[in-house]
Design a protein. Structure first.
Length: 150
């Protein structure tokens, strides 16, 4: 252990050493598993049933920034999600329970969206059970399939 002429110098060097170690730890690469993570943190799995279009039913992967996955219109879907995303609001939020919605039925289509968007977990369900839910679904086209012609 080195001896220092002054206890103040020893404390200053100890503080500098601790600060350098903390900075190096903060900037050092994280675990190797992170290197294998997908390039996009915006990653959603969309599972659609009873859309009226058999090709649209099933599960697809949508990644954004950059656009990719198995979604048939990945870039357009990512662009739409970017349009729907505003700071402080959840684009996947359900219709508020106190909403006044028209009593119309848009069909048996359902969709579940899970994953991560804008750094936040997503677990949302979409239906076409009334006017509000139909409007919510339609606002997500082309993320979700267009069921208007189905």
């Amino acid at each position: 252990m080195p001896r220092f002429a002054s206890p103040a110098l020893a404390l200053a060097l100890a503080a500098l050493s601790a600060s350098t170690t903390a900075t190096a730890s903060a900037t050092a690469p994280t675990a190797v598993a992170d290197w294998n993570a997908p390039a996009s943190a915006d990653r959603l799995i969309l599972t659609v049933t009873h859309s009226g279009t058999p090709a649209a039913d099933g599960a697809v992967l949508l990644t954004c920034h950059p656009a990719g996955g198995t979604h048939s219109a990945a870039q357009a879907a990512c662009d739409r999600l970017d349009e729907l995303t505003t700071w402080g609001a959840d684009p996947f939020a359900p219709v508020p329970s106190d909403s006044l919605c028209t009593m119309q039925y848009g069909g048996p289509a359902t969709a579940r969206v899970t994953g991560t968007w804008a750094g936040r977990p997503v677990d949302a369900v979409f239906t076409r059970s009334d006017g509000c839910e139909i409007a919510r679904w339609d606002s997500f086209v082309p993320v979700l399939p267009d069921t208007a012609g189905a």
